[in-house]
Design a protein around this ligand. Structure first.
Ligand SMILES: [Fe+2]
Length: 187
């Protein structure tokens, strides 16, 4: 998610979006770095090999799309789908966790992630006057592709509650808010 924040930040700056949005995504990037450190530290404590880090190559933003379209695409992919869905999943993981240290780390991450999960909707509400039918159709395809990528992950659940919970969370926290903004995730 560090890279996703970097890419979205760069796209927002290139598109000339309000600085509030650019600052927020930069803060989210810093949050995600802290979360990686927290996870690595927890894994070391538990005697597990650290595996939740991700490569930190500089974000490369290149697209043939108009800058605003590309920025909106990044926001929808990473925030309206990815982050909006991760918030209820983190809450569920916290509820199911029994180890006190795992619960504590999840609580810390959840505290930061609430803002990450709301960001996409704030952006789309600001951008609404510019979201004509053509842009909304494009964003619907972007959302559908992002959901399909996630589906590959949750169709191989590691715990029994995962699949049902993810489907319900997807409907409530991703599909409904997208549809309320005229964005229909279809291929
Ligand atoms: Fe996040």
């Amino acid at each position: 998610m560090v890279m996703a924040c970097e890419e979205t930040h760069a796209a927002l700056v290139t598109a000339g979006a309000p600085t509030d949005f650019a600052h927020a995504t930069d803060q989210f990037r810093r949050d995600e770095l802290v979360h990686v450190e927290l996870c690595e530290s927890l894994l070391r404590e538990l005697g597990e090999p650290a595996s939740c880090d991700e490569p930190l190559a500089p974000a490369v933003v290149a697209s043939d799309l108009p800058p605003f379209w590309f920025a909106a695409e990044q926001v929808v992919r990473h925030f309206c789908v990815g982050e909006a869905l991760s918030v209820p999943l983190l809450h569920a993981a916290w509820r199911h966790a029994t180890h006190p240290r795992i619960k504590l780390v999840l609580r810390r991450i959840i505290t930061d992630e609430a803002a990450h999960g709301q960001f996409g909707w704030s952006f789309l509400d600001w951008a609404r006057p510019a979201l004509d039918a053509q842009v909304r159709a494009h964003l619907g395809r972007v959302a559908a592709a992002a959901i399909a990528d996630l589906r590959e992950v949750w169709d191989t659940p590691t715990t029994a509650w995962t699949t049902t919970f993810v489907r319900e969370a997807l409907g409530r926290f991703v599909l409904e808010p997208l549809r309320a903004r005229g964005i229909i995730p279809i291929d």
